[in-house]
Ligand binder design. Structure first.
Ligand code: COA
Length: 260
């Protein structure tokens, strides 16, 4: 039997999705893109999932990009459709109502960095390398790389990464604001597990409200963003978890959040 392209595991509210094409450095072909799309749709629906961790199988790569062999044969219309397919899947991740952590265990290049940037948090091994090398293939980023990099780290770094195609170290990526944290490779799983457990214990509806605020706020003016935040803030007062969180503080105990 052939191994699945996406390994899925759930424990203690944490769903781990591991892209499983290590012989091709977990390159994103259509099958992997569709498997990710379905897995994230399922994670959004499943009440047992509080947080998602996305990573790559094998010691070398998170994802080394879109599948170059598959792209080589595409027509312009197929190229556009391929871009839309990947982009829509990544937009689903970005708009997921639960936090998604990219655990960058190695190369995150091209579509791999684009995938990581569609996640809400990025934690990288100190051995990881990230970049947008499409220019070396006579291409440009096609899953949102030019747009998300611009929003994450500004024009200068975006143009440097995309125009030169040169990969950068995890440490430099952190300096530029592309990744949140860099940890020794041997500690990556444990550190990501701690972060995921912290988020899995938080109030799900507050996490969702916060994600919505940042998603909406990133795309509208300050005035509308502030209004939206106030509306979401008010909505929290309808939740059991807000009563529980504030009561637990006053009673000097740990809160238990139920997502209601
Ligand atoms: N698409 C398809 N296959 C890929 C791939 C990709 N993006 N990245 C790596 N692979 C495949 C290689 O073709 C090779 O397959 P093979 O063993 O059948 O020949 C296998 O994965 C291992 O890669 P290899 O290049 O031998 O590993 P390496 O350690 O020497 O180099 C990289 C690692 C990441 C530097 C190199 O694989 C690379 O540059 N990959 C492409 C990165 C890229 O341009 N991404 C953007 C795509 S839009």
């Amino acid at each position: 039997m052939t191994e699945p392209l996406l390994l899925i595991d759930t424990a203690a509210g944490i769903r781990t999705l591991r892209i499983n094409r290590p012989d091709k450095l977990n390159a994103l072909n259509v099958e992997v893109i569709d498997a990710l799309d379905a897995a994230f749709a399922d994670a959004a629906r499943d009440p047992d999932v509080r947080v998602v961790v996305l990573t790559g199988a094998g010691p070398k790569a998170f994802v080394a990009g879109a599948d170059i062999a598959e792209m080589n044969a595409l027509s312009p219309v197929q190229g556009r459709d391929f871009s839309l397919r990947g982009s829509r899947m990544m937009r689903r991740i970005e708009k997921l109502p639960k936090p998604v952590i990219a655990m960058i265990n190695g190369y995150a290049l091209g579509g791999g960095l684009e995938l990581a940037m569609s996640c809400h948090l990025r934690i990288a091994a100190d051995t990881a390398k990230v970049g947008q090398p499409e220019i070396n293939l006579g291409l440009i980023p096609g899953f949102g790389g030019s747009q998300r990099l611009l929003r994450l780290c500004g024009r200068a770094a975006t143009l440097e990464l995309c125009l030169t195609g040169a990969p950068i170290t995890a440490e430099r990526a952190q300096q530029l604001g592309i990744v949140n944290r860099v940890v020794p490779a041997a500690e990556l799983e444990a550190e990501t597990g701690k972060l995921a457990a912290q988020l899995a214990a938080a109030a799900p509806l507050a996490l969702r409200g916060l994600l919505d605020c940042v998603n909406i706020g990133g795309e509208c003016g300050l005035e509308e963003g502030l209004e939206y935040e106030s509306a979401q803030f008010g909505l929290m007062f309808a939740t059991h978890d807000m009563r529980e969180g504030t009561a637990a503080f006053l009673e000097k105990r740990k809160p238990t959040f139920t997502g209601t």
